[in-house]
Ligand binder design. Structure first.
Ligand code: XBP
Ligand code: MG
Length: 247
């Protein structure tokens, strides 16, 4: 690892993104959108390549609004809300059926962070209900037991890549951003964390491979390389110490 700049303040909290970071959820979201579209009798179907492009728009409602305008079928807020409720119900059914597992190394990292008395939080653009169902199904406990601070999409004015979710998470942790470390999988997430002046480590998820995430402080190519030792080491080297892990 190369290091430049002054020593940074020690990391006191880890702030996790959800989709693509805790688990590879994005294809389940895609399938849930498609189920909602077909149940509503709308002739939309999002394949993997199209969904990869649509992910540039964060938030399910915003993503559908963008697509509706793109195909010349503008939808009302009420229609979008209805579709989004149906989509989230379908997503919850997938998760409750056990379709989603944590990315390798995530459970161990959370356990190690708790053992080291680091604070844990979530900053996501997804809906709160999706966060809760995912954590209960994968960690087997209530979301707030593990992550006392949760900032979800509906709680901020602007979703990622805006800094709002990270700023609110830091505020609720009562910690300055310089003492928090963000863990992300996407360019929009990295941009959000950097705009909030956090250090950020990124492990690109399946849908985000190939995105430019070079503004991150650390880029890892595998989630099981996300060890607490490595993150704490990043805390002592300061922002701008980006390197790519190659096992
Ligand atoms: C990623 C997203 C989300 C999901 C859909 O969120 O962009 O919009 O694709 O979630 P994260 P909703 O910040 O956790 O990576 O339909 O609930 O908005
Ligand atoms: Mg993500």
């Amino acid at each position: 690892m190369s290091s430049r700049g002054r020593a940074a303040p020690a990391v006191e909290a880890l702030i996790f993104d959800v989709d693509g970071t805790l688990a590879e959820t994005e294809d389940h979201h895609r399938q849930a959108f498609n189920l909602a579209f077909s149940d509503a009798g709308i002739g939309w179907s999002w394949d993997v390549d199209l969904y990869r492009q649509l992910l540039a728009v964060t938030g399910g409602i915003e993503r559908m609004r963008h697509y509706a305008n793109l195909v010349g079928m503008p939808a009302t807020d009420a229609e979008l809300k209805h579709l989004h409720r149906a989509k989230n119900a379908a997503y919850a059914a997938f998760v409750e059926a056990g379709a989603v597992v944590l990315r390798p190394g995530i459970a161990a990292l959370v356990e190690a962070a708790r053992a080291a008395s680091l604070r844990l939080a979530i900053a996501t653009t997804t809906s709160l209900e999706n966060v809760e169902v995912l954590i209960e199904a994968t960690f087997g406990c209530k979301a707030r037991r593990l992550f006392p601070v949760i900032v979800a999409g509906g709680m901020v004015a602007r979703k990622k890549p805006a800094p709002d979710a990270y700023l609110l998470a830091c505020q609720r942790l009562d910690l300055p951003p310089a003492r928090c470390l963000a863990i992300e999988d996407s360019r929009n997430g990295v941009l959000a964390a950097k705009a909030a002046r956090l250090r950020v480590v990124v492990v690109p998820s399946l849908y985000c491979r190939g995105e430019d995430v070079t503004m991150a402080d650390l880029i890892l190519d595998r989630s099981d390389a996300l060890t607490l030792d490595r993150l704490v080491q990043l805390g002592s080297t300061g922002a701008g110490a980006a390197y790519v892990h190659r096992p």
